[in-house]
Design a protein around this ligand. Sequence first.
Ligand code: ADP
Ligand code: MG
Length: 431
Amino acid sequence: VVNYAPFTLLPSAVPRALFEQAYAVQQDFNLLVDAISQNKGFLEQTLASTIKVDDFTARLFRIYMQVLEEGLAQTVFLGINRSDYMFDCGLDGTAALRQIEINTIAASFGGLTSRTADVHGLVLKVLGKTKEASHLLPNNPAEGLALGIAKAWELYGSQRAMVMFLVEEVQRNIFDQRCVENELWNRNIRVIRRRFRDVFERGSLDASRRLYMDGQEVAVVYYREGYVPQNYNQQNWEARLLLERSRAVKCPDIATQLAGTKKVQQELSRPGTLEKLLPGRPEAIARIRATFAGLYSLDEGEEGDRIAATAIADPDRFVLKPQREGGGNNLYGEELRQVLEKIKDSPERTSYILMDKIKPQPALNYLLRAHSPLQVSECISELGIFGVYVRQGQELVLNQAAGHLLRTKAIEHADGGVAAGVAVLDTPFLV
Ligand code: ADP
Ligand code: MG
């Protein structure tokens, strides 16, 4: 079944200053994620409590330790991430940029959103708003992401080698991926699409741990899968280990995937942590920290007891987040209170973090979705900035922002992105 991707009828207003702030901090976030991925001590310490109670994170962590023990064959590293924000409305009505999370694996919609500015430009023209249409910014994340993949492919240094998109068993977002793929073909880079199951059945390593798929060498593995427990059975875990052990550039490598966990995000907000991870970069640290919302550890101990009690007393101030990706997992309001009440004295508590709830100012828009009635809704938006970087050994050879994504949803949905069927694609109209 083919459906059109859901989108807003009209572009949404976004404060220009906050939009620019989000772009200005993206290279800093790239640096930070890359630094975390190389800091074994930090990852070990930060995830110690989580991996005791969260099986999925524990499994990823085991692969991470295993490849480190063997010694990394990979020498070129490619990060594609998306840092997501909402605009928190203060009591005096001014909005502040607040990071929701940073996605370090399978950050999607860079392809489809490369088309949305044209759609909204056309709608504005049909409405007689030609001047407004001309103000929409060009945006082409597909090109930016492909640039990173192409750079990594080039540094891998084998003309014959291919790029492999690691894709889902049931592919729900294929056209988004094809936009990036086509940019690579335009650069004469060969692309194949394979599932974990294919890797398990037909993937192999040679003596120097070069990765072969169906007899052909693979230079870059770009994961659009593998970020939730449901993506894995025993064979898929074995395939993941094979890929991680290989010399191929993984986007992301397993360390970078772990750097994107919610537990790491919470730990970053602790005073002094950024200073340890990015020594000698006070300006980058200030830009990063200015985007943080309040984040709280639920680890066992007095600090966790205190914040758990506060959240039970006032649940609407917070969001309770498990170590999951993909939308629809967080808990709010009464449900948050009930769950916290139940787990507050058990170790299970440490598989969650608490975060201050961001409260944006709603605006009216129409959400267009296949098979859904058309009606005007009160909406809020989430801005994502794509980041791309490439490191060879210790040298960062590429570090840039690669475009943006605006997703908008009706206010009655507390959680969930586009893939979860809640948010739709949008275009920022800067004000
Ligand atoms: P996931 O990895 O599942 O995407 P997120 O942290 O992005 O997890 O949360 C999913 C959605 O929940 C977000 O897209 C946003 O709409 C909502 N959300 C998350 N954190 C907050 C918050 N602190 N305040 C308000 N809404 C939030
Ligand atoms: Mg998210």
